[in-house]
Design a protein around this ligand. Structure first.
Ligand code: ZN
Length: 136
């Protein structure tokens, strides 16, 4: 599959504004985008660290995926996203290798990227996102 880099690390938080303060004031990173992803029922905040981003995720609905995650596991790392080309082909490759797909077809994520998730039960406990940037 050979991803080019880690596109972002998704971190579930209870309070976006409070957590942004930590990333800005303590780590000295700059929040360059805040965006609501309605179909995922989240508000997101982005920071760049080299080629990798930190994506903070606050749930806007307790029934949404992040709401359920925080309820069950508390705040913390939610997923890791790898940057890939030809995301459809990479998904087929994963499937052929016995990986369970959450998204069998890519969809639009934050920042207009094409994204698809692999099921953590097939990826040794890590919710894994594949990410293709067609804007580049
Ligand atoms: Zn993500």
């Amino acid at each position: 599959m050979k991803p080019s880099h880690i596109e972002h690390i998704g971190i579930a938080v209870n309070d976006l504004d409070e957590s942004i303060k930590y990333y800005q004031n303590v780590l000295g990173l700059e929040c360059y985008n805040i965006e609501e992803v309605k179909d995922q029922k989240v508000k997101t905040a982005f920071f760049k660290v080299g080629d990798t981003k930190i994506e903070l995720l606050e749930s806007t609905d307790p029934e949404g995926p992040i709401g359920k995650f925080v309820e069950k596991k508390g705040e913390g790392i939610h997923h890791i996203a790898f940057a890939v080309n030809n995301i459809e082909e990479k998904l087929r490759h994963a499937e052929e290798n016995g990986v369970r797909l959450i998204d069998s077809v890519p969809r639009k994520g934050a920042e207009g990227l094409n994204i698809a998730f692999l099921h953590p039960k097939s990826t040794f406990g890590v919710l894994t996102e594949l990410c293709e940037d067609n804007n580049k």
